[in-house]
Ligand binder design. Structure first.
Ligand SMILES: Cc1cc2nc3c(=O)[nH]c(=O)nc-3n(C[C@H](O)[C@H](O)[C@H](O)COP(=O)(O)OP(=O)(O)OC[C@H]3O[C@@H](n4cnc5c(N)ncnc54)[C@H](O)[C@@H]3O)c2cc1C
Length: 339
């Protein structure tokens, strides 16, 4: 689990921290902060503090700090736009590296830092009459987070646009082809819990010259659908992945025909069918508007969100025999089961 540091005892952790701080160039040391609250950097607005926090403003510094952390075994978590994570109330042990690298070189082959906003990249591409990112309208977060979960919507996703990525793995920076990412539905190599976690610095994205108004019209249609469906309270987007199960899809009489044909059952359909809409634990609630969104109605804790997600999973398991998989990523230690 990212940011979970149960495996290293405190003494060894202090030794690694000292070695890590000693290895950092002086110019980077001054940007290190301790005990930084992370909830304001997330769309769910929950979670505790980062033990150690570093905002990387340019690709060289991001590469350097990740190389040092990987080489010295310093535990770290890479934070993008915080729109697909639920950070534990007890915070994140070790180092949180916040990706603020936003350099972009736009063209048919666009080269972009992973800290750049995916939605801004779409807006930039429209101005240059480049098509491909229309699905991204309304998806918050960075390009890096989008790569990690192969973000997508309306039967499209980021993965198929990528030609190669620049990555730090095993303390070494290298450029690898898109195959390395192992993209699949809302998944990539970056979600496999590898330790240390590889970090993508930048990506090359293939865009297609297109008619300006056609691009705008496709994006507008996507946005219309989103406004109609999406809740307004803070959330991390769809909480669970949709289920690929042709037999289950066929057995559900009121599932729309295109979904039956594709053998896809939306998690929101299952949650709603189990009566989960409106379910609440503290200020965490299954949205009344969309049953696959868990929203923060004000003062929810990460623990409330996780407990509510478990209740939804149990109901779906009991009624449909399906084990829902989280699309949202839990970061940090799980809550104390007694609390
Ligand atoms: C209102 C709303 C609507 C949404 N709609 C959609 C949607 O339609 N489709 C969809 O797919 N998603 C959707 N999401 C989810 C989310 O916006 C996407 O998954 C987004 O791409 C996450 O990006 P991020 O920068 O916020 O990632 P974060 O939440 O910061 O991080 C997510 C994971 O990616 C890892 N990561 C981030 N950057 C890197 C990097 N450079 N290298 C290695 N690992 C990295 C992090 O360590 C973490 O494990 C929605 C979310 C919200 C709140």
């Amino acid at each position: 689990m990212p940011g979970s540091e149960g495996a290293i005892d405190n003494e060894r952790f202090q030794e690694r921290l000292k070695a890590f701080l000693d290895a950092l160039p002086d110019s980077m040391k001054s940007d290190i902060a301790f005990g930084v609250p992370l909830s304001p950097f997330t769309t769910l607005r929950v979670g505790g503090k980062a033990d150690i926090y570093y905002l990387a403003r340019e690709r060289g510094a991001l590469a350097r700090i990740v190389e040092i952390a990987q080489t010295l075994g310093m535990p770290y978590f890479l934070l993008g736009g915080g729109s697909n994570i639920c950070i534990s109330d007890s915070g994140v042990r070790g180092l949180t590296i916040h990706n603020g690298c936003r350099s972009v070189d736009l063209g048919e082959i666009t080269h972009c830092d992973t800290g750049y906003s995916l939605m801004q990249l779409f807006l930039d591409s429209v101005k240059s009459n480049l098509s491909g990112l229309e699905f991204a309208v309304g998806i918050p977060g960075t390009l890096g987070g989008a790569l990690a979960s192969n973000a997508g919507a309306y039967r499209d996703n980021i993965g198929h646009l990528i030609s190669d990525v620049e990555v730090v793995e095993g303390g070494v920076c290298k450029t690898v082809s898109a195959d390395w990412m192992e993209f699949s539905y809302r998944d990539s190599k970056l979600r496999r819990g590898l330790s240390p976690q590889p970090v993508v610095l930048s990506a090359r994205i293939q865009l297609t010259p297109s008619n300006h108004s056609a691009i705008i019209e496709r994006a507008r249609e996507n946005q219309r659908q989103r406004i109609f469906k999406q809740p307004w309270y803070p959330s991390a987007g769809s909480f669970f992945k949709n289920v690929n199960d042709a037999e289950l899809a066929q057995s559900l009489p009121d599932l729309p025909v295109p979904l039956k044909m594709a053998g896809v059952v939306p998690a929101g359909y299952l949650n709603a069918a189990c009566g989960c809409k409106g379910l609440r634990v503290g200020d965490a609630q299954v949205s009344q508007r969309h049953a696959n969104f868990i929203v923060n109605r004000g003062c929810a804790m990460a623990g409330d969100i996780r407990r509510l997600a478990e209740i939804v999973k149990r109901r779906v398991r009991d009624q449909f025999g399906v084990e829902l998989q989280e699309e949202v990523i839990y970061v940090g230690d799980p809550p104390d089961p007694k609390s």
